[in-house]
Design a protein around this ligand. Structure first.
Ligand code: HEC
Length: 278
């Protein structure tokens, strides 16, 4: 009788320990789902699995890419993000949304700004010529189109530069708002903050430093910094007006003044002393 009781207690303890182990495991899965890889939305994948959401027709009065009124078949991009990512598990105020495009262009904006702007993910251009999904975009003599996806905002002015309208979009992911700030901030020389801010706002979408940033343009710091193989004054002039150096240049003239360009170059010189293997 006594041993049977002990057995009962022991097996209860055993079962309890299994249960609590399982609980721990579940918790672990939950925390990993908050971490980076789970916060990537592969849009083509979602489309192939019919998970983009309900189609609607949206009209953009003044489309900033096509420079005219446009109509698209689209799904709600905020609903898509909210369906695919459990936003109550992340600190969405301190999160940014990063758009990854086919050519490595990577614009970003604060997540809350995006979610509150009624954004749409366009997947088909209603005005496209027969037989194609998209009307061609003419840019510097090259013909391209917006496929596979293009983010549009029916209720936001195209002039408001806080909102990004990426086309050739393939992936969306969420990252802590200060991720690049922490890695690229000139901690040891705060005087370079102006150059750093200019770089972050104007260059990081296309260029990386120590592997952080867009890949449409070349990495600018590792293994060799541009400040090590360009003459300084030429580099300053290049950043102001790339087309005066290279024919059919892909880097746009951004409206940077010579003084701002010098600030960026000073910051790049500082980063050349802070290289990191990626
Ligand atoms: C829209 C994308 C884009 C933006 C924004 C952009 N660049 Fe570029 N950049 C490029 C591309 C693409 C190249 C490669 C050369 C070319 O233009 O074809 C380039 C080339 C360069 C080069 C020459 C690199 C080398 O090894 O010769 C430097 C330096 C540079 N960019 C600096 C900057 C800085 C600084 C900014 C911000 C003020 C900036 N770029 C913004 C796309 C961009």
């Amino acid at each position: 009788m006594k041993t049977a009781k002990i057995h009962l207690i022991l097996s209860c303890l055993f079962i309890f320990s299994i249960l609590s182990c399982n609980q721990k495991k579940e918790q672990k899965i939950e925390t990993t789902s908050i971490s980076q890889p789970e916060m990537v939305l592969d849009l083509l994948d979602l489309q192939a699995n019919n998970k983009l959401g309900k189609d609607t027709l949206v009209t953009i009065v003044n489309d900033p890419v096509y420079h005219k009124a446009k109509k698209y078949k689209a799904v709600s991009a905020s609903l898509l993000v909210k369906t695919e990512i459990e936003l109550n598990k992340i600190d969405s105020k301190n999160t940014k949304i990063v758009f990854e495009c086919v050519d490595g262009y990577k614009p970003e904006m604060p997540l809350e700004l995006f979610l509150n702007a009624n954004p749409f993910l366009a997947f088909e251009d209603v005005d496209a010529p027969k037989g194609s999904k998209w009307e061609p975009i003419l840019k510097e003599g090259n013909e391209m189109n917006a496929e596979p996806f293009y983010i549009v905002y029916p209720s936001i002015s195209e002039k408001d530069s806080r909102y990004k309208w990426p086309y050739n979009l393939v992936k969306i992911y969420l990252e802590p708002l200060n991720k690049s700030t922490l890695e690229l901030y000139p901690l040891k020389n705060k005087k370079l903050e102006t150059g750093y801010t200019l770089f972050k706002n104007q260059c990081l979408t296309c260029h990386s430093i120590n592997g952080i940033g867009g890949t449409m343009g070349p990495e600018l710091n590792y293994p060799k910094s541009v400040t090590e193989y360009w003459k300084e004054n030429e580099l300053v002039n290049y950043i102001v007006n790339p087309a005066s150096f290279r024919n059919k240049v892909k880097m746009p003239t951004l409206g940077i003044t010579k003084q701002q360009s010098q600030e960026i170059v000073d910051y790049l010189k500082y980063m050349s002393e802070n290289k990191k293997k990626i």
